[in-house]
Design a protein around this ligand. Structure first.
Ligand code: HEC
Ligand code: HEC
Length: 351
């Protein structure tokens, strides 16, 4: 797959150079944005146009054609079903609590027998649209991703794919839902179909916020301070990595592109590829709902969002943000807190 060596995976040097270029670029664009704000009507473009190239509104659905309602319904059940874990006590929702913005709020998650993993659980909201899954981008999409935790010995710890299938076949009632979701298949209860259904459900986990309303033209959806924060975010170069509809999630970059990252026991993508250029390279996280998804970073070591923002300035951009700038950025980040789709995530009755 050419994609794996492709342009969305950037090593440190390139990322550094890239962010400098982008800073200059955005400083130029900022001139336009500030004008637009200060003197309404001075710029012909609406807010959506102004920010459209770099930022975008969330889609309603992350992917091409939406799958059938039956597939989504099955995926929702499986997401909540702890019987997919060996001891019957851990479900996807244990670590990605849909009521809590898709995270568990812990530095690193607790799985089978309370064992700790080594990484912070990212949100499943707005994740399916990312360029790849996991902190190191090791899996191309949510359907493939869903196979990982079920078999992971510190997460749900099932022994094998066959064991998972046997477990599902042993639940009277699932046959009907698998048949409805995968019509025409002689033996629809398979490991792959389980993952397909979970992925289908995850593709609908979007949380539009006031920021989306603003991007669609509702200027009053965002306060003055939030707007200032957005400008700071653009002007200082945060958006060279955190951009697009997910404000991140579309490239891999080095943590510490300007100054070495303070903690380096997890080398990120390098552990996967063995390449020195991948040292400390992680997927740029989406900043959607970031106010609610702490603690922060791949190891969940930072609990304060303000500190996370300051660390980013220092290590990714080589600047010290003034307290006022950081406060404005924080206020814009909070405008990315969206609405949880209560009906879509309602816990279903399990078969
Ligand atoms: C024991 C806790 C735990 C359980 C159970 C668990 N996850 Fe995760 N999940 C994590 C952690 C930790 C990561 C990050 C691991 C990494 O990047 O190496 C993760 C990553 C993900 C991601 C990637 C998100 C992104 O932004 O890259 C998705 C999607 C996801 N999990 C969905 C699921 C699904 C679906 C299930 C159930 C089949 C599940 N998880 C079960 C802890 C868990
Ligand atoms: C060169 C690319 C780059 C730039 C520029 C950048 N970031 Fe990041 N950002 C990342 C990466 C990579 C991570 C994940 C690092 C890790 O987990 O170790 C991250 C993580 C974050 C997090 C933690 C999110 C979470 O869920 O854990 C926040 C908040 C954040 N960035 C905000 C900002 C802000 C604000 C700026 C500008 C001051 C900025 N970033 C500039 C690449 C960048």
């Amino acid at each position: 797959m050419a994609k794996w060596g492709g342009s969305w995976v950037r090593g440190g040097e390139k990322a550094g150079a890239m962010s400098k270029v982008m800073n200059t670029f955005w400083a130029a664009v900022l001139g336009v944005s500030v004008l637009g704000l200060g003197a309404p009507g001075a710029v012909a473009q609406g807010p959506g146009m102004m920010h459209g190239r770099m930022m975008g509104a969330l889609p309603q659905w992350m992917g091409n054609a939406a799958p059938s309602e039956a597939t989504i319904q099955l995926g929702r059940m499986l997401f909540y079903d702890a019987r997919l874990s060996t001891a019957g006590d851990v479900s996807c929702n244990s670590c990605h609590d849909l009521q809590r913005y898709g995270v568990d709020g812990l530095p690193v998650s607790l799985g089978h027998k309370g064992q700790k993993g080594t990484r912070n659980s990212p949100s499943v909201y707005n994740a399916a649209g990312h360029v790849a899954q996991f902190w190191d981008g090791r899996t191309p999409n949510v359907e493939e991703q869903a196979k990982g935790p079920v078999l992971n010995p510190v997460e749900m710890a099932m022994g094998s794919e066959a064991e998972v299938v046997a477990r599902l076949k042993g639940v009277p009632g699932y046959a009907r839902y698998f048949s409805a979701a995968f019509p025409g298949e002689a033996d629809p209860i398979t490991f792959d179909n389980m993952a397909r259904a979970i992925g289908a459900f995850e593709r609908g986990l979007v949380t539009p916020s006031r920021w989306d309303r603003f991007l669609k033209g509702e200027r009053s959806a965002i306060t003055q301070q939030e707007m200032r924060g957005h400008h700071e975010f653009m002007h200082n170069g945060c958006a060279s990595c955190h951009n697009g509809a997910y404000v991140g999630g579309n490239s891999l970059q080095r943590a510490g592109s300007q100054r070495p990252w303070p903690v380096q026991d997890d080398v990120g993508r390098m552990a996967l590829t063995g390449l020195e250029t991948d040292r400390m390279v992680f997927k740029v996280p989406s900043l959607r709902n970031v106010e609610k998804t702490g603690p922060y970073f791949h190891n969940g070591k930072v609990t304060s969002l303000e500190e996370a923002v300051q660390l980013m300035g220092r290590h990714q951009l080589g600047i010290e943000l003034e307290a006022r700038q950081a406060q404005d950025i924080l206020s814009w980040l909070r405008s990315l807190t969206g609405v949880i789709p209560k009906d879509y995530i309602a816990r279903p009755k399990l078969p």
